[in-house]
Design a protein around this ligand. Structure first.
Ligand code: GTP
Ligand code: MG
Length: 314
């Protein structure tokens, strides 16, 4: 008879912009909770995705609650919003029990070396070892020989990581290998969240992200980067009624979002509505409005109103 023990811990998903962090979490959750884009720097703030898993070690069975923390890509820019984003990533590095560092399979290894230097600094500051699993993401973009070569390069850092896991979310994704590995390294403890919960985020926060995802899909250049979304009202019913405002920085961006005869905003609306309907499994009425809000991303107080609240970290 196996003795049953519970484990629970926070696991950050950290790495360079576009490494596939949010895609991995959506694949683990089996639903699109986190914004994904082929454009880098899409995720702006932390999002928790909660996954249950079980492993057996010796005579014990462990039921494990893994609270993944999606983070913005590690990047250094002077703009206030980018500083907030970096802060979010570093905060996770301070707060979580374990870290998954995602390096895209074709990434230059110098970026991982830079991450190790960052870890070293944090460890000295906190006088505590900060453990991570190295995940080589997007392995489908390399052939077998290239992948083995790439893994070979990382092997010289073997004393720094707990495990190296190559994976692709797009091809033969096997979550068990990754989840088994994480479960081994989390502390024993009671579950922090209800087992039914998939995320700690409120539905309206995820809806905001799905609308932002639609902006990334339908707009080019800097417009999605200089835009954000506010959910003005959210009324539940047989049809969910959602009114949202798309904020953008400059007068010249408003016509780009609306498009000639309103074609672009209509496309954005349909795209976002379908994503929200998929998430909620019910019909949605979505009303979008575009407003120019100069400097929405340039002052701490304005960022806070948009849900980007600088908290003490560093
Ligand atoms: N080929 C391939 N593409 C992937 C894989 N995982 C993610 N992608 C793509 O990589 C791009 C970036 O994915 P995201 O999940 O948004 O990356 P991210 O690390 O969260 O990016 P930021 O939030 O900007 O830091 C998207 O176009 C994904 O479809 C994979 O396993 N294989
Ligand atoms: Mg992301």
């Amino acid at each position: 008879m196996l003795e049953r023990v519970t484990r629970c811990g926070f696991v950050s998903v950290i790495g360079r912009p576009n490494a596939g962090k949010s895609t991995l979490l959506n694949a683990l959750a089996g639903q699109n909770l986190s914004l994904v884009s082929n454009k880098a720097n899409a995720t702006r703030k932390q999002l928790q995705v909660i996954i249950g898993h079980s492993i057996v070690e010796g005579s014990r069975a462990y039921d494990v609650q893994i609270v993944f923390v999606d983070t913005p890509g590690l990047h250094y820019q002077e703009k206030l919003l980018n500083k907030f984003m970096l802060n979010e990533a570093l905060r996770a590095l301070n707060d979580c029990d374990l870290h998954l560092y995602l390096a895209a399979a074709n990434d230059d290894i110098s970026h991982y070396e830079k991450f190790l230097r960052l870890l070293q600094e944090k460890q000295e500051e906190r006088k505590k070892k900060i453990e991570h699993i190295l995940v080589l993401s997007k392995c489908d973009i390399l052939d077998r020989a290239q992948l083995l070569e790439q893994i070979g390069l990382y092997k010289k850092f073997v004393s720094h990581f707990l495990a190296l896991i190559p994976l692709s979310v797009k091809k033969n994704f096997k979550p068990k290998i990754l989840l088994d590995c994480i479960a081994r390294f989390l502390p024993n403890g009671v579950f922090l969240y209800d087992e039914q919960m998939a995320t700690n985020a409120q539905t309206r926060e995820i809806v905001k992200e799905l609308i932002r995802e639609s902006l990334f899909e339908n707009l080019s250049d800097e417009v999605p980067y200089e835009s954000d979304v506010i959910i003005d009202s959210y009324t539940e019913g047989s049809v969910e009624r959602i009114c949202a405002r798309i904020l953008t920085l400059k007068n010249s961006q408003k016509p780009l979002i609306i498009g000639s005869n309103g074609r672009t905003i209509k496309r954005i609306g349909i795209c976002a509505r379908q994503k929200i309907e998929n998430l909620l499994g019910k019909k949605v009425f979505l009303k979008l409005e575009v407003v120019v809000e100069k400097a929405w991303n340039k002052e701490i107080s304005k960022l806070k109103k948009m849900g980007y609240d600088f908290r003490s970290t560093l």
